[in-house]
Write a protein that binds this ligand. Structure first.
Ligand code: HEC
Length: 441
């Protein structure tokens, strides 16, 4: 072999060796990253169980159904007209949600009647799941917000579930814990999203919570430092929210809420949840001006007894903006359907409309962007990916992005992807704030 041929040969062997080593290194890093993502995906809680606690712990159920619903299951509320029989519709949905779940105290993996699932990636941020019931931190309730007798600020924590038709879609997004699939998210009819909200308030703070179901939860000591968790405290069921995929609604969804009320005669405390309001659209024409002229929502049903029941305290003009549907723990500058319609990624917008209450009616134009009747699967703004009204799905992607920003291996491929995404602004990593439950931003 001549010298020059030998040199060429050596260069070739050397380059192939280095490239191979690099590829091997990248492959190993990618595998490690995928394993780490899988661990974080299913991590049960942000904080460890409190010392000395011996009771059951939260176990996320994430074995999502691999196939879409077979079509065999019937959903009894779909035979009812939510506009003419809102209370009956809500009670039917409520009973479906409680079936098998009262018996297992919403440890849904033990529900023998029906499959319910959790959302992955909910334990990374300091507001993430506590270890006993998997609750995440919501916006705290200011004094007077929940009842006239409420004198102190109270923390609210919540946990959400989806039934099998909804869980199939979540499983599709999260087939790979290190690579969410964000395209074409639309839940099938029959889907129910369910959320239980607990307050640290007692019946002294909120009289209608007398004998409400109690959960112990290792929540934050103070809402300002959500990651600093204390020993278990008593929390009381206050509100149950449902999001029901129903094609007959203008937005493809019906939102409804219930409040626990001690005046209800049922022996089973969970059945004392009273229908509070139901919403099938955002009332896109109901501006501040029209409200002042006497117009009221026509796509919301409100329980007419809210004031008598003490659920609507004197500090609040209504539960949701201009009389739209909302729960007692929610911000009255928004409403169920408005806030949920913003569920898209990237998550840049405020979920709660800016400029409320409008100082001048001219502001209404900007404001009404939050009260459009977007269809199921339609993004809040062009160029974003809709999470089809699912705030939890949006939260899971947000937590994943936060985690990925810290842990993604610095491979050449990832650097190029990050650079490209930055250029396109398609997948930025949203900043987290101390109280980023989305409820009060
Ligand atoms: C200002 C925003 C806001 C308002 C108003 C609001 N929600 Fe939500 N909702 C959220 C966020 C954020 C989550 C996810 C919580 C989390 O990240 O843990 C959520 C979660 C849920 C879930 C669990 C499934 C899902 O979509 O993520 C249901 C069901 C739900 N809300 C129903 C309601 C109902 C019913 C109302 C009105 C009574 C309502 N919400 C009002 C922001 C809002």
């Amino acid at each position: 072999m001549s010298l020059s041929r030998f040199c060429k040969f050596s260069v070739l062997v050397g380059t192939t060796g280095v490239a191979g080593a690099l590829l091997f290194q990248q492959h190993r890093q990618t595998r490690e990253w995928q394993r780490a993502a899988r661990r974080e995906f299913s991590r049960a809680s942000y904080n460890s169980p409190p010392p000395g606690y011996r009771g059951p712990l939260f176990r996320p159920r994430l074995d999502f159904p691999p196939k879409p619903p077979s079509g065999d299951e019937t959903f009894p509320w779909l035979d009812l007209d939510f506009k003419t029989e809102p209370e009956r519709y809500l009670r039917t949905v409520r009973d479906y949600c409680l079936e098998g779940n009262i018996e297992c105290d919403f440890r849904v993996e033990e529900n023998g009647r029906r499959d319910w699932y959790h959302i992955p990636w909910m334990s990374f941020l300091p507001t993430g799941r506590e270890p006993i019931h998997g609750m995440t931190m919501e916006r705290p309730a200011a004094p007077g917000m929940l009842a006239d007798t409420q004198r102190r600020r109270l923390q609210t924590w919540a946990v959400a579930f989806y039934n099998a038709p909804g869980a199939f879609v979540i499983g599709n997004v999260w087939k790979e814990p290190s690579r969410p699939k964000l395209d074409g998210v639309v839940f099938p009819e029959g889907t129910i999203g369910l959320k239980l909200l607990f307050t640290e308030g007692s019946a002294e703070d909120i009289p209608y919570l007398k004998e409400s179901p109690v959960w112990h939860a290792a929540i934050a000591r103070e809402p300002e430092a959500p990651g600093d968790r204390g020993p278990p405290v008593e929390m009381r069921l206050i509100q149950m929210d449902v999001a029901v995929r129903d094609e007959r609604a203008d937005i493809g969804w019906v939102f409804g809420t219930f409040v626990y009320h001690s005046s209800q005669s049922s022996d089973a405390p969970w059945r004392r949840l009273v229908p509070v309001c139901l919403q099938w659209g955002n009332d896109p024409d109901l501006t501040q001006q029209r409200y002042q002229e006497g117009a009221r929502p026509v796509q919301t049903w409100n329980n007419p007894r809210l004031r008598d029941l003490g659920i609507l305290p004197s500090s609040r003009p209504y539960l949701g903006w201009l009389g739209r549907a909302n729960g007692p723990v929610d911000n009255f500058k928004s409403c169920c359907a408005s806030c949920h319609s913003t569920a898209s990624v990237p998550d840049k917008d405020n979920a709660v409309p800016r400029a409320i209450p409008p100082k001048r009616p001219e502001n209404d134009g900007e404001l009404m962007r939050w009260f459009r009747n977007l269809k199921a699967g339609e993004p809040f703004e062009e160029g974003r990916k809709s999470m089809d009204y699912s705030q939890q799905l949006k939260s899971s992607i947000k937590q994943y992005n936060e985690w990925a920003k810290e842990h993604r291996p610095k491979t050449l491929h990832n650097r190029v992807v990050l650079w490209w995404q930055g250029l396109l602004q398609v997948h930025p990593f949203p900043r987290s704030s101390a109280l980023s439950s989305g409820k009060d931003n």
